[in-house]
Design a protein. Structure first.
Length: 504
């Protein structure tokens, strides 16, 4: 089945999310939709899937115009979507999830689960998925859960499959398995739309590439294009993807964490016996699939977790049991993983956000009162220094793009007198150009003698910034290895395995 989008336009008020986008996806083809977060890729696919209705343009399947009033119409027409965040019921079995919304019944109206199990086995065997129809979804690894999503779409005879940022929660080995699955689906004649911003994956599996920037198609590229060429097309200017850094000049042990244990209010253990050190002038990067204790680790370091056991010392001074304010005053800077929820107040101005955790002393407070002139001069300086694209420092920070919001957070944290920088997902949702800038600033911070903890689910980012890499799996340290450790070894560690030769 051939899919064609013709002149699709979708507006949200004054914002034009999709601007006259046209593309064609042929049977037996992987067509990659490449663009940064916020470029309009997912909006376009939500129009295709019937979740949004286009303001202009049309959708055609084998040349026939389609009019979808909801996902049910799209599914019935042969379109399936594998979402970034899986649409599965965790406590249901695989078979129950597959038939959900498309239940088959036997005589008397009883659910025919036997037929559902058989359908799962057929599809699983055909594509080599090895999925047990009676397994409970919440007990399955993330990569297998994704296969369940694919089986669910195929069970409804989908001929067009949309993969929306499908590798965001996968380990490297699971990503490789997904790439193999996409090739098998392509060989079976499926038309595949692959949405991503990860250049390595694009070049590995795509037959054709359409690049979207700011809601518009800005060009098509051949899979043989280099990462630099693709990145430049995405951003609209030349970019350099290499992080340049000299070998570290190491000082004394600065951050020492010993036998750290974090338990939530329900008694669930999120960190169990975590120990590591970071020396002055060193970047320790934490690798792992999201949800293996990274968030709890950063929160424990900042005093945001209530039930913490073990010890955390910075420059010989304990942090456990101290207030967040006291930890910030001790020189700990935090770039949080969710800038909008934890790093910024959207309705406040850029200038106000730049002083959020610095409401004491110069240049913000003078003789016990807010120094507006000092605040505004500081803001103008940082806006220029960090190349924050904003109409003015008085503009609400919520009106800025994601990359510029992140620059505001980074500018605020790095302008303090730091003894430790904790950067969690420092480039999540920002464009390639901003990634380049933020990486440079993190390296400069390390080179100034500050210890840095980077937490990232992007393995390329981990290996680019790290001097050493610590891998977390289910709240435990699998191992701490040098930055030049092969990706395959790190990927294996992310599944909980400790390869031979890796110290405990």
């Amino acid at each position: 089945m051939e899919l064609a989008l013709r002149g699709i336009t979708k507006r949200f008020g004054a914002l034009v999310a999709n601007d006259r986008i046209s593309l064609t996806v042929r049977p037996g083809e992987v067509h990659c939709l490449l663009g940064e977060n916020g470029a309009g890729k997912s909006t376009l696919m939500n129009v295709l899937y019937g979740l949004y209705r286009a303001d202009e343009g049309e959708i055609l399947l084998d040349g026939e115009p389609q009019h979808f009033s909801g996902p049910g119409d799209a599914i019935a027409a042969g379109i399936g979507m594998v979402h970034q965040h899986f649409m599965l019921v965790p406590v249901f079995t695989v078979a129950e999830n597959v038939v959900l919304g498309n239940e088959q019944t036997r005589l008397g109206g009883r659910l025919d689960l036997a037929a559902a199990r058989q359908r799962v086995r057929e599809i699983s065997g055909r594509f080599g998925f090895d999925v047990d129809p009676d397994a409970v979804v919440e007990d399955l690894p993330v990569g297998v859960q994704q296969r369940v999503e694919i089986i669910k779409a195929l069970s409804r005879d989908a001929q067009v499959l949309v993969f929306d940022e499908p590798t965001a929660v996968l380990t490297p080995s699971e990503t490789d398995e997904l790439m193999a699955t996409m090739r098998e689906l392509k060989a079976d004649g499926k038309a595949i739309v692959f949405i991503t911003h990860k250049l390595r994956e694009v070049r590995e599996v795509a037959d054709r590439i359409t690049v979207i920037r700011l809601g518009k198609v800005v060009g098509e590229a051949d899979p043989s294009a280099t990462n630099v060429e693709l990145a430049s097309l995405m951003v609209g200017r030349p970019v350099e993807l290499t992080v340049h850094k000299e070998p570290p000049t190491l000082g004394e042990e600065a951050l020492v964490v010993e036998d750290l244990r974090v338990v939530d209010d329900a008694g669930q253990v999120h960190l169990d016996g975590v120990s590591f050190t970071i020396r002055a002038g060193e970047v320790l990067a934490v690798a792992g699939v999201q949800g293996n204790g990274q968030t709890e680790l950063t929160e424990a370091l900042l005093g945001l977790q209530r039930h913490v056991q073990g010890t955390i010392t910075l420059d010989g001074r304990p942090l456990v049991g101290r207030s967040v304010r006291a930890i910030l005053d001790a020189g700990v800077g935090l770039v949080p993983e969710d800038r909008q929820a934890e790093g910024l107040v959207g309705a406040m101005s850029v200038a106000e956000n730049l002083m959020l955790n610095r409401s004491q002393g110069a240049p913000f407070v003078r003789r016990g009162a807010l120094d507006l002139r000092g605040r505004d001069e500081f803001a103008q300086q940082k806006v220029a220094e960090y190349d924050v694209r904003t109409p003015s420092a008085d503009a609400p920070v919520g009106t800025l793009s994601g990359g510029n919001q992140q620059k505001v957070v980074v500018a605020r944290e790095l302008s303090r007198d730091l003894r430790l920088l904790v950067a969690a997902q420092p480039t999540r949702g920002v464009d390639v150009g901003s990634i380049e800038f933020i990486h440079q600033r993190i390296v400069e911070t390390r080179d100034s003698g500050v210890p840095v903890l980077v937490v990232s689910t992007e393995l390329d980012e981990v290996t680019a910034l790290a001097d050493r890499i610590m891998v977390l799996y289910r709240g435990r340290v699998v191992g701490i290895v040098p930055a030049d450790t092969p990706r395959e070894v790190i990927g294996l560690m992310m599944t909980g395995e400790r390869p031979e030769g890796v110290p405990a």
